[in-house]
Design a protein around this ligand. Structure first.
Ligand code: GTP
Ligand code: MG
Length: 305
């Protein structure tokens, strides 16, 4: 008797965790959102947008993949916040079943090299070459991939465009065989393990990143002081924290316009994500030196693990 499986046997279900890592601004969070088809991770054109890990869950007929988006790995700026962000990257690489290493097409620098050195030896890594929509001459991609392939062996190399959605299904297909066999880890309709409170703070912080100048976003944080859900309506009070008194007026803007714009945009995103009405109240507080103090960060709920 042959013990070979029947040819039409359905492959076993697979489920596992996959960390998305890379240097700042390569498009990790845009990729996560594209993979799950919904915005759970904040993005901006500025580096260091993501500060804490956030999960995004993809459930397919053959597998469930729990992606973990991480902050961009940094090689300079040693504030407590930056150190905590880097710790979040290294902690997220522990115990995952596979890794997606995101690199920007045709742009490989020292910071990417630092990420390469973090990649665990014993875990399969898929190299995602992002922002391929910007590449005019596709012939340059192959030598670029060959150069990266010298760093280590990859389970797959997938050129993608996270913002356009090109080849992201191919990336998912490449991940599935790397996961262990087993049942789903979360319900099929779950898209993240992050709390609504966390997501609300993040969506507001994203608007500050997008609306404020080049320096100020790095001095701001958001703390949700109240989150109440009743009758399908969420009432959220959020404080924008800045480091110095002088920054307060800039965040608020002329006649309060800047803060109002941020709050309105954030509220719309929250309503879309939570699927219900949101009342959002926002004000600005000074918390001196919050980004330089581990204790302050811990109190604010920053947790690298
Ligand atoms: N042209 C192009 N731009 C992209 C693509 N993916 C992301 N971007 C842009 O790249 C910038 C950074 O995207 P993010 O997703 O915030 O990058 P990140 O790697 O999560 O950044 P950090 O969290 O700061 O490390 C944003 O302006 C995105 O719109 C892409 O495929 N093509
Ligand atoms: Mg990010």
């Amino acid at each position: 008797m042959s013990s070979l499986p029947a040819r039409d046997a359905t492959p076993a279900y697979r489920a596992g965790h996959v960390a998305i890592v890379g240097s700042p601004n390569v498009g990790k969070s845009t990729l996560l959102n594209r993979l799950i088809g919904c915005k759970v991770s904040v993005t901006s054109r500025k580096p260091q947008t993501t500060r804490q890990r956030v999960t995004g869950i993809v459930t397919r007929a053959d597998a469930q993949i729990v992606f973990v988006d991480t902050p961009g790995y940094q090689t300079e700026h040693q504030s407590a916040l930056n150190r905590m962000m880097n710790r979040s990257v290294t902690a997220s690489l522990q115990g995952v079943d596979a890794v997606v290493w995101v690199v920007e097409a045709l742009r490989y620098g020292a910071r990417d090299g630092a990420v390469a050195r973090l990649l665990p030896r014993q875990v399969p890594v898929v190299l995602a070459i992002n922002k391929t929509d910007r590449v005019r001459d596709r012939r340059l991609l192959l030598p670029f991939i060959e150069q990266l392939a010298r760093h280590r062996e990859f389970a797959a190399v997938v050129p993608v465009s996270a913002s356009k959605g090109t080849q992201v299904d191919e990336l998912l297909d490449a991940m599935v065989p790397l996961l262990p066999q087993g049942p789903r880890l979360y319900d099929a309709d779950e898209i993240t393990t992050a709390s609504e409170r966390f997501l609300a703070a993040e969506l507001l912080r994203e608007k500050l990143f997008r609306l404020l100048g080049d320096e100020l976003p790095y001095a701001t944080a958001v703390e949700v002081e109240q989150f109440k859900l009743s009758g399908g309506v969420r009432r959220i009070h959020a404080a924008v924290l800045v480091e110095k008194e002088g920054q307060k007026a800039i965040v608020i803007g002329k006649r309060g316009e800047k803060l109002k714009a941020a709050a309105t945009q954030a509220r719309r995103d929250m309503e879309r994500l939570f699927g219900g009405k949101v009342f959002l109240e926002v004000w600005v507080r000074v918390r001196r030196g919050w980004s330089g103090s581990e204790a302050a960060l811990k109190r604010m709920g920053y947790n690298p693990e």
